[in-house]
Design a protein around this ligand. Structure first.
Ligand code: NAD
Length: 496
């Protein structure tokens, strides 16, 4: 079976219990054993399906469970497909890889090299038993996928959401590789998460969960290995707890995580960076087509970190935000939201001030700029015909799936892809990381100036590439980033 395999090991390979060795031999082919280059060991309880037929581990140290990716050059793709087939029927990871392959074809990169750069370098899956406030124990699944370190330490957020699964995390990890390359920061790509509804966690449970995630992942993390950050369902507070747990285990290294609270080695400007970057890119796209920015009507899906700061930035630039939604509902504001509205704890709090809207129709509201800033997959084959905005700025990761991207392109809709539109977040993380390493703090003005300048450079580069190759901004973004990753990959001598 190519792709992901499961095995049970002890921390010392020489002491692997016989039963475990047998399972290892049974479950892996000779090819897989010879090509496995990543093997992770965790102090986590083994899932029942792995231990049911095994004799107890005779060693005094606790048994540990490993799940690792067989790194044949084609390992990730069939595994992702296998995984996806068992779930939603399509693979988010494959969606990303299609764009990578298309860019590679344009750049005339060989299939062998493409196979190597699309595969995830390391995949860590752990079980996380969590004692709930009512005394129950829930066994949650946690992930860290490290897609590439060709251009530097891996970098990527941690998502707490009930839909998190391995295929999703692979897709998001690979997007980080292409994103960091596109904005030319010295990072690779990674992503992590836990399959859990963050709204069902008390503050104590949330803290305990991120501390457990950190303890089980610590051996693959570090300021020059893999640097997490917030994503959906996690916040600056979560990153503060992660840093504290990392420090307990590895000593003082604030650069081990970004997106921390400003009072705890965070960087002023990081929290707003993604939303600010999203709007800067929207403005650049409008200006490139000589469209008015002042008064442009904007619709935002999502009222979390990204959505909220995107609204703030849009209002600062004279745009009119006429509708917004979150998990609690949606409102329509034909005369525009105000800065004060962004302080509301949820969209539900705005119900008294504005007309309520069916959240399912939010993306279809007539506007100039549509900003999906919540979940992936929200613009799909089912609703793409009803999307009327001429500009869609992908603040969320992978909000457009299936044939929807091609359908929008065919209709002349300008889509700014996630790896460009929301890159302000990882750019801000890069600034925080460099400040932590230098033990020197920038002013907010310097942070914003650097962010704006680098986002402008990235947009111009992608825009010119789209002209040169007569292609969409998404294809152009992948042409730029795939070219850079392949160059580093080959210069390192990764494939001899
Ligand atoms: P968040 O958890 O702070 O906010 C998510 C928002 O989405 C919340 O307002 C939630 O209510 C809303 N939401 C959830 N389900 C919804 C639904 N079905 N309909 C409407 N709204 C819904 O997360 P975030 O950090 O703002 O991230 C949002 C997106 O941006 C994610 O796709 C994330 O991967 C991406 N992103 C975030 C960053 C960052 O720096 N935070 C950087 C790059 C990309």
């Amino acid at each position: 079976m190519p792709g992901s395999v499961n095995g049970v090991f002890n921390e010392h390979v020489g002491r692997v219990p016989v039963a475990h060795q047998k399972q290892w031999a049974d479950e892996t082919s000779a090819l897989e054993r010879s090509t496995i280059i990543a093997c992770e060991v965790y102090a986590a309880p083994p899932p029942r399906e792995l231990t049911a037929n095994l004799t107890p581990n005779p060693c005094t140290r606790p048994a540990v469970v490993v799940r690792f990716a067989a790194m044949t050059t084609t390992a990730s793709t069939p595994a992702a497909q296998h995984h996806a087939d068992g779930h939603s029927g399509h693979s988010a990871f494959e969606d990303v890889n299609r764009f990578v392959r298309r860019a590679a074809k344009t750049l005339e990169i060989s299939d062998d090299v493409v196979s190597a750069i699309v595969a995830c370098e390391r995949e860590v899956v752990v079980s996380l038993p969590l004692r709930r406030d009512d005394g129950r124990i829930d066994v949650l699944t946690g992930y860290r996928v490290q897609h590439s370190q060709a251009r530097g330490p891996r970098k990527g957020g941690i998502r707490f959401h009930e839909t998190v699964d391995l295929d999703d995390v692979r897709a998001l990890a690979s997007l980080m590789t292409w994103k960091t390359a596109l904005i030319d920061v010295p990072f690779g790509g990674a992503k992590g998460g836990v399959a859990v509804d963050p709204r069902q966690l008390s503050e104590r449970e949330h803290e305990e969960l991120i501390r457990r995630w950190t303890r089980t992942m610590v051996h693959v993390l570090g300021p020059h290995r893999d640097i997490p950050a917030p994503d959906m369902g996690t916040t600056a507070r979560t990153m503060g707890w992660l840093m504290d747990e990392f420090h307990r285990l590895e000593g003082f290294q604030p650069a081990c995580v970004t997106g921390k609270p400003v009072a705890l080695f965070g960087a002023p400007g990081r929290e707003e960076a993604t939303g600010r970057g999203v709007v800067q890119i929207a403005v650049a796209a409008l200006r490139a087509d000589k469209r008015d920015v002042q008064g442009a009507r904007v619709v935002v899906q999502g009222f979390g970190n990204v959505g909220r700061f995107a609204i703030t930035s849009a209002l600062e630039r004279g745009m009119k935000v006429i509708a917004v939604s979150d998990v609690t509902g949606a409102v329509l504001a034909p005369n525009g939201l105000t800065q004060e509205d962004t302080l509301a704890s949820s969209v539900r709090e705005l119900f008294g001030r504005y007309e309520q809207l069916d959240p399912a129709t939010l993306l279809e509201v007539e506007c100039d700029v549509l900003i999906p800033a919540a979940l992936g997959g929200v613009i799909n084959d089912d609703n793409v015909a009803r999307i009327s905005a001429p500009y869609v700025i992908e603040a969320a990761n992978q909000p457009i799936v299936g044939g929807a991207d091609a359908a929008l392109h065919a209709r002349g809709v300008t889509v700014v892809p996630d790896i460009l539109a929301n890159a302000g977040g990882v750019l801000g993380s890069y600034f925080e990381w460099t400040q932590n390493i230098q033990e020197f703090r920038w002013s907010l003005e310097r942070f914003r100036d650097e962010l704006d300048a680098r986002m402008a450079t990235a947009f111009n580069n992608v825009y010119e590439t789209s002209r040169r190759y007569s292609c969409s901004l998404r294809e152009a973004s992948f042409i730029v980033s795939v070219g850079r990753v392949v160059e580093s990959f080959l210069l390192r001598g990764k494939v001899i």
